[in-house]
Design a protein around this ligand. Structure first.
Ligand code: HEC
Length: 219
């Protein structure tokens, strides 16, 4: 029994030691999403379609839903952001098939539609900005948040050509877009929520006035 307590005590210690870092080997950088900023979402979508979509599908969303929410005319969307002739109403599930992915990269790139809910935006934002050179890895890079990750540093050229602040903004927009895509009706829900509360307020005041009228008659 004593031994069990000792083991539990030490395992809880090691647990809390690891828990000091919520982003792998480091602390996550803070991130505050703004999914009402359409310019940011549009920039994030563009970065995503050009650099990520070849490997990572967004299979729970449709091209035309994203175009509508981000207020991009569908013709412009189709001309510039759909590369394989998919129809606007289709699901965004074009990406590497599993066999090729495992053969070429050694791992299957997961679908990222719900990534911002699974991993949290802070995690994604920090992860994409913390690749570093490591000659022992297949692509010559490693990552502080996701140690020994199989994904290459796909934005390396961009990172080299931009200032640190500009690159942070690109990743901010990309992460912001992933937050939107993980819960595309969040803004609509908040908007309707305000009306519901206003209605309840109005309804309550009318109910109260009616109650007062009835009370008068009862006297
Ligand atoms: C060449 C294919 C490829 C491209 C392009 C690519 N990724 Fe990845 N990505 C992967 C693979 C493979 C993994 C799985 C890594 C592993 O299991 O070690 C991954 C993992 C991830 C993860 C972590 C998933 C998790 O929760 O475990 C995120 C987030 C991610 N990628 C985002 C992106 C973004 C954003 C882009 C575009 C800037 C991108 N990826 C471009 C192949 C790719």
């Amino acid at each position: 029994m004593k031994l069990l307590f000792i083991i539990l005590f030490f395992s809880s210690l090691s647990f809390s030691a690891e828990g000091n870092f919520n982003c792998g080997t480091i602390e996550c950088d803070s991130f505050s999403a703004d999914t009402t900023d359409l310019a940011s979402l549009q920039s994030g979508l563009t970065t995503y379609m050009n650099n990520c979509y070849g490997c990572h599908s967004l299979k729970y969303s449709r091209y035309n839903r994203v175009a509508k929410d981000l207020e991009i005319p569908i013709e412009i969307y189709q001309e510039n952001l759909i590369f394989d002739g998919s129809k606007p109403g289709e699901l965004m599930n074009i990406s590497l098939n599993e066999k090729d992915a495992v053969e070429w990269i050694g791992a299957k790139p997961p679908d990222l539609t719900l990534e911002a809910r699974i991993r949290k935006p802070e995690w994604i934002y920090t992860y994409l900005r913390t690749y570093y050179p490591d000659a022992s890895r297949p692509y010559g890079v490693n990552n502080k948040v996701y140690q020994n990750v199989s994904m290459p540093n796909v934005l390396e050229d961009l990172q080299l050509n931009l200032s640190a602040a500009e690159f942070d903004k690109v990743i901010y927009d990309l992460t912001n877009f992933l937050v939107y895509v993980a819960d595309p009706s969040a803004n609509e829900r908040k908007r309707i929520g305000v009306y519901v509360l206003l209605f309840l307020l109005l309804f309550t005041s009318f109910a109260y006035l009616t109650y007062r009228e009835f009370k008068k008659e009862l006297k």
